[in-house]
Design a protein around this ligand. Structure first.
Ligand SMILES: Nc1ncnc2c1ncn2[C@@H]1O[C@H](COP(=O)(O)OP(=O)(O)O)[C@@H](O)[C@H]1O
Ligand SMILES: [Mg+2]
Length: 226
């Protein structure tokens, strides 16, 4: 049966063979990890993969300004401006404290270019200006539900966790409602850097269960078989 599930290639060399060919089409996928683990680079590669094939994509950035984001990923050969000019890519900065109805704003961006891929980077900043944790969780759940039901996109969310975090996401709810969770890790000791990726869950997918080594090449992240 697995072969009949439509898949969307991730854009990360080495990852698709671990997840039966890619993310489940129209699923919501969470990439979690500490700061500097490569979440933004991975998210950009996911969008870039679609753009190269002519699939429109939206990148919602809530941490970095679009110009900074573009500069970060330009070193890996990803020039989003090219596709923005073609009208199949949009990189939108939303400040969750300023945007009243985040879900509606995101769905509007999707509709404008007919996006098939959506990145939201990151869910961590949603809630930084809301005092009540229950309200934060409710807001996040309704946002994830809205993109899941209404976006018709394959979605990649990022969430940043602290080094000593026991949970898998910033607000402790994202991991339960998404279809998959990919965990990135980084261990820097002296000159050595040790990056890794593991697939914590992926619904409808028989996925690799190891901790895989991750490298950063001049094209971005690469999953290495150990
Ligand atoms: N050209 C490069 N070569 C090797 N590593 C890089 C390069 N550019 C960035 N990095 C690494 O990637 C990290 C940033 O990745 P990013 O995806 O922005 O992290 P996150 O979004 O998880 O905070 C940097 O802290 C650095 O360790
Ligand atoms: Mg980031």
């Amino acid at each position: 049966m697995a072969a009949t599930i439509p898949r969307v290639t991730s854009g990360i060399p080495g990852l698709d063979p671990l997840i039966q060919g890619g993310f489940v089409r129209n699923s919501v996928n969470l990439v979690t990890g500490g700061t500097g683990t490569g979440k933004t680079i991975l998210a950009a590669q996911f969008l870039w993969e679609g753009l190269k094939k002519g699939e429109p994509g939206v990148y919602i950035t809530m941490e970095e300004h679009p110009d900074d984001l573009k500069m970060d990923v330009a070193q890996f050969g990803m020039d989003f401006s090219k596709y923005e000019k073609q009208g199949i890519c949009s990189i939108d900065y939303f400040d969750p404290a300023q945007v009243n109805n985040l879900a509606a704003a995101i769905l509007n961006s999707i509709k404008t270019i007919g996006a098939k891929r959506l990145v939201i980077d990151s869910t961590s900043v949603i809630g930084l200006t809301i005092e009540n944790e229950m309200m934060i969780r409710r807001k996040l759940l309704s946002l994830i539900d809205a993109v899941k039901r209404q976006s018709k996109c394959t979605v990649l969310l990022t969430t940043e966790i602290t080094e000593d975090s026991k949970g898998l996401s910033r607000w402790g709810v994202e991991e339960f409602v998404v279809d998959s969770v990919i965990v990135l890790n980084y261990l820097g000791i002296g000159e050595e850097t040790n990056r890794s990726l593991s697939v914590r869950k992926m619904r409808r997918t028989k996925h690799g269960t190891d901790v895989y080594q991750l490298a950063i090449s001049n094209k971005g992240l690469i999953v290495k078989r150990m």
